[in-house]
Ligand binder design. Structure first.
Ligand code: NAG
Ligand code: NAG
Ligand code: NAG
Ligand code: NAG
Ligand code: NAG
Ligand code: NAG
Length: 351
């Protein structure tokens, strides 16, 4: 890292601390990986695009047993999973009515974040427990899944404290039971020497096993940086983090954080346009995890940490593309609602 990089990184971390970014790192300092022409060795973006409803233990209904039996399963291509920062008010208030009113078409809400505490999942969020529970209950009445998101950009440095996968899985299950969640999202954003793919595989396997046993089928998802799925270039990226091969077995889907990729408009926009091309990054993820498990994440206005987010035109086209894959994710609905759910509604209209 050169000095400028450090300054930029420091600025990102500060911005990240303020807005609670989901993806505070990017590729802009790696001359190789920030190239807009990524290697196109694959040409099979359509080969595995048949939607498979109910991944995981398909013999059991997804989510918490309290989920009404009248609720229909969600097709992967129609998935619309949105993050909600729990510090944004608040169940008892009028403003919290907004979460009750997340537009019809949202299928999953992630409550962000339960951080890491001594190698285990911290059992609380940035608001009172009852506030979270009330929202889960309200969303459930509308058949919207609720998941707890574990980690976040501020918890990166604690990921390496996860040393006992089974104990970690137990604490994940405790979070699910406490808030009656339908599942968990692992937002491990550690990079460089803080990141360890072997550790990720170990705790995800333990979590997945716990969440899919005893007749349960809780959902387990994971968040990835946009280009860590390009195994040809990920090792050269300055953040040094690659998709842990084999993780596909332990996830219901991956949210590919397709934003915060370059501070230059032209470069970032070219990368966004290329992403759905055969052999480019989204189909590379499909090769790693199968098409129905590739969920495309976008940042809404005010949710992007740096560089331009994908334009509304790009988001509309990605949404169509993602109907044959794993649907869409929005970072971050608790801000998008202050913009009349601009991006959330755009995705719903484009589906
Ligand atoms: C990629 O797929 C397209 C459409 O199926 C085909 O026309 C083209 O020849 C393929 N290219 C390679 C390099 O396989
Ligand atoms: C890929 O799938 C889409 C949607 O099913 C279809 O319109 C398109 O023709 C397919 N492309 C190739 C190269 O098979
Ligand atoms: C629950 O939400 C209300 C309304 O936003 C807020 O006033 C209260 O402080 C929250 N409770 C806790 C313990 O954070
Ligand atoms: C657990 O999370 C809560 C809410 O974010 C926070 O106030 C508390 O400090 C955390 N505890 C530890 C030990 O990290
Ligand atoms: C799936 O659920 C059934 C019914 O509870 C259970 O018997 C089976 O062991 C589960 N399979 C897996 C792979 O967890
Ligand atoms: C980059 O795009 C944004 C809008 O997305 C615009 O406000 C900004 O001026 C652009 N920056 C440059 C250097 O063109």
């Amino acid at each position: 890292m050169n000095k400028l990089t450090k300054i930029i990184l420091a600025a990102i971390l500060v911005v990240g601390a303020i807005v609670g970014i989901l993806a505070g790192v990017g590729l802009f300092t790696s001359s190789k990986s920030s190239s807009t022409t990524l290697p196109n060795s694959n040409n099979d973006s359509n080969s595995s695009s048949t939607p498979v409803p109910n991944s995981g233990n398909s013999t059991v209904r997804e989510g918490h047993p309290d989920r009404p039996s009248t609720c229909k399963p969600v097709e992967p291509g129609k998935r619309l999973a949105v993050f909600w920062l729990t510090e944004v008010d608040g169940c008892e208030t009028v403003s919290m009515q907004t979460i009750f009113l997340v537009p019809d078409g949202v299928t999953h809400v992630y409550f962000a974040f339960a951080e890491i505490k001594a190698g285990l999942v911290n059992q609380s969020f940035q608001t009172g427990d009852t506030n979270v529970t009330k929202c889960v209950t309200a969303l459930r009445k509308r058949c919207i899944f609720s998941l707890g998101s574990v980690g976040g950009a501020l918890a990166n440095k604690y990921m390496k404290t996860i040393k006992d996968p089974d104990a970690f899985a137990k604490s994940g299950m405790a979070l699910i039971e406490k808030f009656k969640f339908d599942g968990i999202d692992m937002d491990d954003e550690s990079v460089g020497s803080d990141f360890d793919g072997t550790r990720v595989l170990a705790y995800m396997k333990a979590l997945y096993t716990a969440m899919k046993s005893n007749g349960k089928n809780y959902l387990l998802t994971y968040d990835a940086f946009m280009y860590e799925g390009n195994l040809d270039t990920c090792k050269d990226a300055w953040y040094i983090r690659c998709w842990p091969v084999g993780l596909d077995k332990y996830i219901d889907w991956v949210n590919v954080m397709a934003y915060n990729i370059n501070d230059k408009n032209d470069t970032a926009n070219a990368m966004y346009l290329a992403a759905t091309k055969p052999g480019d990054i989204f189909s590379r993820f499909a090769d790693l995890v199968t098409a129905p498990k590739v969920t495309i994440g976008i940042c809404s206005t005010g949710g992007c940490a740096y560089g331009p987010g994908p334009s509304t035109t790009v988001v509309a086209s990605w949404t169509k593309w993602a109907e044959n894959y794993g649907g869409m994710m929005v970072w971050v609905a608790s801000r998008d609602y202050t913009h009349d759910y601009e991006y959330t509604n755009l995705i719903i209209k484009s589906q």
